[in-house]
Design a protein around this ligand. Structure first.
Ligand code: SAH
Length: 464
């Protein structure tokens, strides 16, 4: 280890920054954020520094640097583009045993700045020891996406309860378990979704439950898994999948997405194929409730978005009726996933100003749509579950005034490496589809926007 990572308290510490340009400005902002008392030696100040000076946040000595200037400071930063000045700042500081950083010159510095991810009071600092600042920045960007932006609030809540928990849960093993459960379970999710007071109440309740040795009530997260490509999961969905005790999933949830579930979580297949519901909906509703009552964190993973032809509403009605806490995490619905990956904009200034999502199949196998409302100019129609009824659908639209030449496409297994697009119009699409072997799921898009797909195609896993 070339450098020792430490976190230094610089509140009220006298800090000197030599230089008044953009880089100096960034360092000054950082020092101020940490409570430093900052003086700048520079002949010129950047506009931001001038503002800070006028606001009395910093002091400014307008002069060129000379070696005696460092004396009264505990921390010195040289941020000029003049090598000689940088060297003399470094030498002067070292002579007086003062910590010094010369920007972009680790060889002249006694300390270097890490790349910082600020979720105060949680701070993540990353360094490559000066080897590659870009690499550390990339790494930081990755962590940005892993650590929710309101993580600091979680730390603040933990701090608020720290002594209370210590006092009320005497057994240190139980106490550790308590923190592990609460900092990644329901309490954490409440904080991360902005409900801190509710989280505090829940934490209080959980303390009482630990002492009574009772398992608490579990929760259900209704999570949208998107249309297939795992990259289209939300951060939230991924986080919950990785902390769940049980995951109840549908056929639409791709194997690549299931791979991302925590290794030791129990996986329950809930089926959902037309006419082949492995577990009837009613039973799924009650299964979720039962698992939660056993104190488990249950993720109900559904294809696309849970509230778009996903029967999410029915599932939460049961949970509500039984007083089980739940959250709903939206996902990218098949319409937007497939449309994007097929190069078909759902709206377009020259083609469509509205877009309707319809189900092309009812529980009893019929289609009952308000055809007049669907056959309107400049509207895109997206049909979910439309494969079986496709001939009927196209026929009805034509009967109600749609042009037989209206472009239409079927997107098979959209967003996945098996995506295929069959395009035609209202007259030809059923015939084209009939001639091909089709593997569900498929989505039908109808409207003049479909004519753009050849021109805008960018994702072509299979050449057709
Ligand atoms: N809640 C889901 C829809 C469930 S209904 C969502 O928001 O996407 C199931 C229908 O969604 C399928 O019959 C099909 O029409 C469509 N669908 C889901 N994923 C799809 C995909 N990857 N490619 C094409 N169609 C898809």
């Amino acid at each position: 280890m070339k450098y020792l990572p430490i976190f230094t308290n610089i509140t009220q510490t006298k800090c000197l920054v030599v230089g008044g340009g953009e880089i100096a400005t960034r360092k000054v902002s950082l020092l101020l954020k940490a409570g430093g008392n900052v003086t700048i030696i520079a002949s010129e100040l950047s506009d931001s520094l001038k503002r800070m000076y006028l606001d009395k946040q910093i002091k400014h000595i307008k002069k060129t640097f000379s070696i005696d200037d460092v004396r009264t400071y505990s921390l010195v930063i040289s941020a000029t583009d003049n090598l000689l000045v940088n060297e003399s700042v470094a030498t002067a500081a070292r002579q007086h045993g003062i910590a010094v950083n010369v920007v972009d010159s680790p060889e002249l510095s006694s300390f270097i700045f890490p790349s910082v991810l600020d979720r105060s009071p949680v701070i993540v600092a990353i360094s490559s020891g000066g080897a590659s600042p870009v690499l550390t920045r990339l790494l930081r960007a990755r962590l940005e996406s892993l650590i929710p932006s309101s993580y600091g609030k979680l730390a603040a809540l933990a701090e608020r309860f720290r002594s209370k928990v210590k006092f009320e849960i005497q057994d240190s093993r139980l106490r550790r378990k308590f923190w592990e459960d609460n900092l990644q379970g329901w309490v954490a999710e409440l904080v991360l979704s902005g409900r801190e007071e509710q989280a505090a109440k829940q934490m209080q309740k959980n303390i009482t439950l630990v002492n009574r040795k009772k398992p608490g009530m579990g929760q259900v997260y209704l999570v949208g898994a998107g249309p297939g490509d795992p990259e289209l999961l939300t951060f939230r969905a991924l986080r919950l999948m990785q902390m769940a005790d049980v995951v109840v999933y549908d056929r639409l949830v791709s194997p690549e997405i299931r791979e991302l579930v925590r290794r030791d979580a129990e996986l329950i297949y809930a089926g959902k194929e037309r006419n082949k519901h492995t577990i009837p909906q009613e039973k799924i509703n009650h299964l979720l409730a039962r698992l939660a009552k056993q104190g488990k964190s249950v993720v109900r993973l559904k294809g696309g978005d849970p509230f778009i032809f996903g029967r999410g509403g029915e599932e939460i009605e049961t949970l509500m009726a039984q007083g089980i806490p739940f959250q709903i995490i939206p996902g990218i619905t098949a319409a937007s996933g497939c449309a994007s990956y097929a190069g078909i904009p759902l709206t377009h200034r020259d083609h469509a100003q509205s877009c309707a999502f319809v189900a092309g199949y009812l529980k009893d196998g019929t289609i009952d749509l308000n055809w007049e409302q669907l056959v309107v100019p400049r509207q895109t129609l997206v049909v979910y579950m439309g494969l079986l009824g496709l001939p009927h659908l196209c026929e009805k639209l034509i009967q109600h005034g749609a042009s037989p030449d209206l472009p239409a496409a079927l997107i098979e297994r959209g967003t996945t490496k098996n995506q295929r697009i069959l395009a035609g119009n209202l007259k030809t699409l059923p015939l084209i589809v009939n001639k091909n072997d089709i593997t569900p799921p498929t989505l039908v898009i109808i409207g003049s926007v479909v004519s753009l797909h050849k021109q805008l195609a960018w994702f072509n896993p299979i050449d057709t």
